[in-house]
Design a protein around this ligand. Sequence first.
Ligand code: MG
Length: 358
Amino acid sequence: MVIAGSRSGAWWVTEMSYQLQSLLKTLPVSLCPVRNHRSFLAQFKTRVWIDRIEMEENGLFGSSEVVVADPQLLAEKIVAIRTAGPAKLQVIADFDATLTRYWVNGRRGTSSHGLLRQGNPEYDMKRRDLFYHYHPLEFSPTIPIEEKTKLMEEWWGKTHALLIEGGLTYDAIKKSVADSTIAFREGVAELFELLEERDIPILIFSAGLADIIEEVLRQKLLKSFRNVKIVSNRMVFDENGCLVSFKGKTIHTLNKNELALEMAAPLHEQLGDVDGPTYDNASVKTRTNVLLLGDHLGDLGMSDGLNYETRISVGFLNDNVENSLDTYRNAFDIVYLNDAPMSGVVQLVSQLWSNDGV
Ligand SMILES: [Mg+2]
């Protein structure tokens, strides 16, 4: 039984179940918001006292790459997911600035949407003009959400129309990706491999373009994963590789989460490459545990409607750390700071079922 409380900003855990103690031994170094994980575990083996005030006074939060506001809650969630087993877990991830790096070689990495050069400067300029017009509206605090949603539909609709009108080809997408400054966080391929080995599906939600994201995966990871599915705007090309239309409902930044409700279930039925083996999805509907990865507070909504039992949320706070840290650490179970690599998540997943029986 675990009893936790606060006293003058301190954490007390008076008793630990054997299971929880065992699991905590497997927590990756980077999950522990204390000086180092050995001291963290040494404390947890008997009586845990983590003085958060002392840590803050020592600047440990400021210098750390990871913050966990509630280690006990996180540990309990890990126990729940571990106990339920890999067959109960699915991963839901945002793409831009979550799987990809925020900074690339000292420059802001491009987004999957922003990297596109359709081989027609006039149309690239027209899409850029739309960006300058609508982007401030997207973040305006005074526009009601309903109105803003209409504006986003308008923006996406016009952008998609320009891509068709400007004669976008699949070759232009390939070239754009090859020329772009977009890069995955270190450890993303390893994470995908680990999840694939354990037959755990990954749904990548994006308001960008699925075809571009898939090309980025192909070019930058040099491998396809049968357990990865992109939930994003999908293009239709003709036999000459020219864009002719878009499939289905437009996914923009303000309905990306809402669409999770209606899109997650059917997608679970068709995981896997179109031409490759179909992912074994017989039990996917029963995957009631979620590991969610995002870089915006709004990304937390990606799991809405999935009726999950346990969710571990991981937030990447890439920039403006000082002003946003409090909000992020209250919203996400784990917060990685300053464009951190994916290695902490890799450790978490690799250690979830590192030995049987616990
Ligand atoms: Mg993002």
